[in-house]
Design a protein around this ligand. Structure first.
Ligand SMILES: CC(=O)SCCNC(=O)CCNC(=O)[C@H](O)C(C)(C)COP(=O)(O)OP(=O)(O)OC[C@H]1O[C@@H](n2cnc3c(N)ncnc32)[C@H](O)[C@@H]1OP(=O)(O)O
Length: 397
């Protein structure tokens, strides 16, 4: 591993990094036209490459903001594009890339990084913990009749892809973001539309209008063989309120030649089945990890969210970013580093899981991931980290 060098890539090296990442995912490299659309997704200064004689690994990130419990927004690095060439895996290349990327984020003063993991074993060792979980569901369209009290919703407008690319960022910006959600940069939108434009299936985009203007949108694709009923896949759906949510689902249920509607990685709190006379018309097919969070600056992150009840001293273990390894007194009045004895000890990945409200501390204690001074601390930890809602990210990158 000594002869692997990690450095920030030049703009003219981004395409090779993208091709390497695609190759690691067993996908073909982009065509010239596809690359033209994807180029803006790469944020200069934030794309790393690992080299021996050639480029053998890559990882990158882009700027966003994360909403934390209490509603504050903190700078976030949205990490993606991670891949190591197939003939160079399991010799520490990713480890070198992750260390370089995290050190860079420390230098930039970015307190948190988030990613979607291809496999569950990869990122915990670098301090990422499961911050949000989500569910996938299948709606059996013929079985799915809306209850009479389900909101009717407002008018739904159909946009073509160019209009959608112009207008959806503003609609998303009007959606109240809940903890776990993130802002979507121009780069993020460019990446989404690049993917949609290279798809073989048609893309349909809907905007829902409420009393005060656009308050929700959905993007879907239908795959269907001639002579058969198809599957409608919800690519993206965000709404400001329950009326827009029901209104858009009412529209989706009315799309002809569709047997099932599938939606991946949706919020655990979405009341979809409750809209139907037969709640089993909506079948949960999977519940699993969604976004993984890395607290790059533990002190700044702890300060950014709200806490409840009595203060407690948390001892945070962080072998990768040692400036984080310390004891913190955490409470509603604030967060300070302290020499007081610890009430609870936990690794930084576990802290990320508790931080967003995705996991109750008592669950993490039961799993052996938080060690408490005595059992009376556990309910106090639950109270300390209490949140009003189950976090959901809802923005895949
Ligand atoms: C945010 C995103 O972009 S997600 C996309 C991630 N990319 C992919 O899934 C593409 C296919 N996979 C790959 O490119 C590579 O296998 C990577 C990036 C996952 C791992 O790269 P590597 O260079 O092999 O990782 P590295 O050698 O640094 O491994 C460090 C440790 O993690 C372990 N590890 C790495 N990848 C995996 C894995 N997929 N499953 C289990 N363990 C793994 C290694 O065994 C090693 O453990 P050790 O320290 O106990 O020996």
């Amino acid at each position: 591993m000594n002869d692997v060098v990690v450095r920030a890539l030049r703009d003219d090296e981004f395409r090779a990094a993208h091709a390497l990442f695609r190759g690691a995912l067993h996908h073909v490299p982009p065509t010239d036209e596809q690359w033209e659309r994807l180029r803006p997704v790469y944020q200069p200064g934030r794309v790393f490459g690992a080299f021996d004689e050639q480029l053998i690994g890559t990882a990158r990130s882009t700027d966003a903001e994360l909403v934390v419990p209490g509603g504050a927004r903190i700078p976030l690095a949205a990490v993606t594009g991670v891949g190591v060439r197939v003939d160079r895996t399991r010799r520490g290349v990713l480890t070198a890339l992750m260390r370089r990327q995290l050190t860079d984020l420390v230098e930039r003063g970015v307190p948190a990084a988030m990613l979607y993991a291809t496999e569950g074993e990869i990122y915990g060792r670098f301090g990422y913990g499961i911050a949000t979980r989500a569910r996938s569901c299948t709606v059996h369209r013929r079985q799915a009749r809306l209850r009479p009290e389900a909101p009717t919703g407002g008018p739904v407008e159909l946009l073509d892809l160019d209009e959608a690319e112009r207008r959806l960022p503003d609609v998303y910006a009007r959606i109240p973001l809940r903890p776990g959600m993130m802002t979507r940069s121009e780069r993020w939108w460019a990446g989404l539309f690049a993917r949609l434009r290279q798809s073989d299936e048609p893309v349909t985009t809907l905007v829902h209008h409420g009393a005060d203007g656009p308050d929700g949108f959905a993007i879907y694709q239908v795959s269907r063989q001639s002579g058969q009923l198809g599957t409608l896949r919800v690519v993206d759906l965000h709404t400001a309120d329950a009326t827009a949510f029901a209104g858009l689902w009412r529209f989706l249920l009315g799309v002809d030649l569709v047997e099932t509607i599938v939606a991946y990685q949706r919020s655990l709190e979405e009341p979809l089945e409750l809209l139907f006379t037969d709640p089993r018309a909506c079948e949960t097919t999977e519940v699993g990890d969604e976004a993984w969070l890395r607290l790059v600056d533990v002190e700044a992150a702890l300060r950014s969210r709200t806490w409840h009840g009595e203060p407690l001293v948390l001892e945070v273990v962080d072998p990768v970013l040692e400036h984080n390894a310390d004891r913190y007194q955490v409470g509603p009045a604030g967060v300070t580093r302290t020499d007081q004895p610890a009430d609870a000890r936990l690794a930084v990945d576990t802290l990320a899981m508790m931080f967003t409200g995705g996991w109750r501390p008592s669950t993490l204690v039961d799993a052996g991931r938080i060690t408490v001074r005595d059992f009376e601390v556990t309910p106090r930890l639950d109270e300390l980290a209490r949140t009003r809602s189950t976090p959901w990210c809802g923005t895949f990158f």
